[in-house]
Design a protein around this ligand. Structure first.
Ligand SMILES: *[C@@H]1O[C@H](CO)[C@@H](O)[C@H](O)[C@H]1NC(C)=O
Ligand SMILES: *[C@@H]1O[C@H](CO)[C@@H](O)[C@H](O)[C@H]1NC(C)=O
Ligand SMILES: *[C@@H]1O[C@H](CO)[C@@H](O)[C@H](O)[C@H]1NC(C)=O
Length: 356
């Protein structure tokens, strides 16, 4: 059938048709390590940027952060450390601070992540599934890159070339695809649009001198507690995840061949999630179906509201709330991405990228 052929062959056509760019500069950066970590994305990486924005998508109240240093609700959508915090620890860097226009505060990195943002500018404006609206004041991915371009003016080019650029987004874009777009052909068009637009982001960072990228695939959006039906994943969500992540890898591969010095790695989150779900006990987990907070709820709030009760031991849960991983699961992800085999991080792990 024509459609399935299109799916198999046409779907993965290359989306980043940028002209071949040649890098005339040779950057002699310190081989000993990475000096800075710059972060872009959604609530998976937001370190508190939304705290000061006009949105209700904030995690600046307990029990968010109850495991974090000082039991502080920093704005992280987690019980403790985000995956990117753990990556910073492995690299021997401080947690990249939330955005500020001060370049001197960015010499070891900066985190531009903003909850409910997505690849598309419009993502995060309204997400009816999750009963939230962010009123458009969050930092879209496009805005995040604009803010970086200003901060970058005060940073040495060598620093930028040797830094790691960590991008974790797309979860909200998938959630915002309206049910009517889940008719396969329309979903196809929507996904193509999203992917096309996504290309422009690493492209712009590359133009600003960025070379080393960690691009995190989306979680299995069919299997997060918010979308699980009973104890089973939703097939459509799983299918969307697979398509999106394949597209992302193709895009990175294409950019690698057309942009000299562009060194991206793809960090597979959905695959690790699937592995943990198959055998939770092997990972010390007992619940991979529900969020730890709120511990019981009639209305399925995505967020863990102020003062909500949470499960006793969040380290046994894969998810902290209905969509965000626990520190325990983040630890499993980062162990594999940092120095694991190429099964879940390709073509090399973060330790190798840092040394490259
Ligand atoms: C900029 O950041 C540096 C380093 O964190 C700090 O010492 C300085 O006071 C900051 N400047 C302003 C104007 O906030
Ligand atoms: C998003 O907004 C930026 C400017 O803020 C614009 O350049 C870009 O084309 C927009 N992208 C889409 C897909 O609307
Ligand atoms: C991976 O990194 C951790 C912490 O940095 C270390 O303890 C562990 O031995 C490393 N594993 C491998 C296989 O290098």
């Amino acid at each position: 059938m024509a459609f399935w052929k299109a799916l198999a062959f046409g779907f993965l056509v290359v989306f980043c048709h940028a002209s071949r760019l040649v890098d005339h500069h040779h950057h002699h950066h310190d081989k000993a390590g990475v000096h800075a970590l710059f972060v872009f994305g959604d609530s998976i990486v937001d370190p508190g940027n939304n705290n000061n924005l006009d949105t209700i998508a904030k995690a600046n109240h307990l029990p968010y952060g109850f495991k974090f240093k000082g039991h502080e609700a920093s704005g992280r959508f987690c019980d403790g450390k985000l995956a990117v915090d753990l990556v910073a620890e492995h690299l021997g860097l401080p947690y990249p601070p939330p955005y500020s226009p001060n370049s001197s505060a960015a010499t070891q990195g900066m985190n531009f992540g903003s909850a409910t943002s997505g690849i598309l500018n419009s993502t995060g404006m309204v997400s009816l599934q999750f009963l939230i609206t962010s009123e458009g004041s969050i930092l879209s991915l496009s805005t995040q890159v604009n803010l970086f371009s200003h901060v970058a003016k005060g940073l040495p080019r060598d620093l930028i070339a040797s830094s790691i650029f960590y991008i974790s987004t797309g979860n909200n874009d998938m959630a915002s695809i309206e049910p009517m777009h889940t008719i396969i052909s329309q979903f196809h068009a929507q996904l193509e649009f999203i992917s096309n637009f996504f290309c422009s982001l690493p492209q712009r960072l590359y133009d600003l001198g960025a070379r080393k990228f960690v691009v995190v695939g989306i979680l299995n959006v069919g299997c997060v507690p918010a979308t699980q039906l009973g104890d089973s994943c939703t097939e459509l969500g799983e299918w969307m995840t697979k398509r999106f992540n394949e597209q992302l890898q193709t895009m990175l591969e294409e950019m690698r061949t057309s942009h000299q010095g562009f060194t991206p790695i793809y960090a597979n989150a959905a695959g690790i999630m699937d592995e943990v779900m198959r055998d939770p006990a092997a990972f010390g987990m007992s619940n991979v179906h529900q969020g730890c907070c709120p511990s019981s709820s009639i209305i399925p709030f995505m967020f863990c509201y102020p003062g909500a009760f949470h499960c006793k031991d969040s380290s046994k849960y894969m998810f902290w709330d209905l969509v965000h991983p626990t520190e325990a699961f983040n630890t499993i992800l980062v162990q594999r991405w940092y120095n694991g085999s190429t099964e879940y991080v390709s073509p090399m792990n973060i330790a190798a990228l840092a040394a490259a």
